[in-house]
Design a protein around this ligand. Sequence first.
Ligand code: FAD
Ligand code: FES
Length: 279
Amino acid sequence: MADPEKSIATGIIISNREIFKDHFLMILRVPADFRASVPGQFVMLRREEGDHPFLGRPFSIHSLYSMNGETVMEILYRISGMGTALIARLTADDRVTILGPLGRGFDVPVGKKKIVLVAGGMGIAPLFYLAEYCLEERRGELGETVLYFGAQSSHHLFGLDRLERLCSSLKLSTDDGTFGYHGPVTDLVAGDALSFERNDSTLFACGPYGMIKEMARIAEKFSIPCQVSVEEKMACGIGACLGCAVRASGENTSKRFMRVCKEGPVFDTREIDWNWREG
Ligand SMILES: Cc1cc2nc3c(=O)[nH]c(=O)nc-3n(C[C@H](O)[C@H](O)[C@H](O)COP(=O)(O)OP(=O)(O)OC[C@H]3O[C@@H](n4cnc5c(N)ncnc54)[C@H](O)[C@@H]3O)c2cc1C
Ligand code: FES
């Protein structure tokens, strides 16, 4: 069997639908090899037609399942530049080149009573797949899965109906106060953190840099282990160009820098020097 870390494959688009202004859900057929992926891993995706842009763009696997004997992957994305704008124009039966699954995914410890997922905006993309995994692959072994999901406005709280089925409870917030708590989602987590059993809970977070940095602070303050999915600009996606390096923390004595695409994108918050962007 091909090494799944390095396989370049063709995906065939089933649908690529705009779910809110500039936000899309792509559903595509992929080779069965992708069943080897774990939540938190990503793919480098580019259009098969045309030379522009030359490099693929990294996207988290949002969902993965079998349908009529075929392997189906979902990608949730927003237009943030030229590459994603071109991907948004693709329609059913168009082909994309996908490299993956790539990187290190989330590591769900055995037998935890509480799995706490914290998503900021598009950070819901990999956490949705993690919620699916906890329910479908680890059912009975784990305790409850609680999702804290914060977004710009109520329109950006994507997939709530599906998330309600996957998670034991949802705690929602919006920046503009149009739904749930009015303010950052990390306020909600910090407010509840004292009630989390520190030996029996694990935090998993994905979102903008400021949010995951705040999650690192909360995790340290309440002594709860926390894994975060980090985003950096990527060129190769396979560890060769060093373009995605982040600084390792002093605790991580074996390395000064870590490649988000190879050693990540998921890291324990203690592995990272959280001043890497400022200094
Ligand atoms: C591991 C990983 C997983 C990702 N998963 C998703 C996902 O599931 N859904 C999604 O919408 N996006 C995701 N992203 C971000 C996505 O890859 C970028 O939005 C995309 O590459 C932008 O390409 P572009 O050509 O449209 O924009 P560009 O023209 O390349 O850039 C446009 C703007 O986006 C910023 N940008 C570019 N790349 C990144 C990045 N990696 N992180 C933060 N800002 C960036 C640039 O600074 C610029 O302001 C992920 C990134 C990584 C590293
Ligand atoms: S993107 Fe090239 S090393 Fe990470």
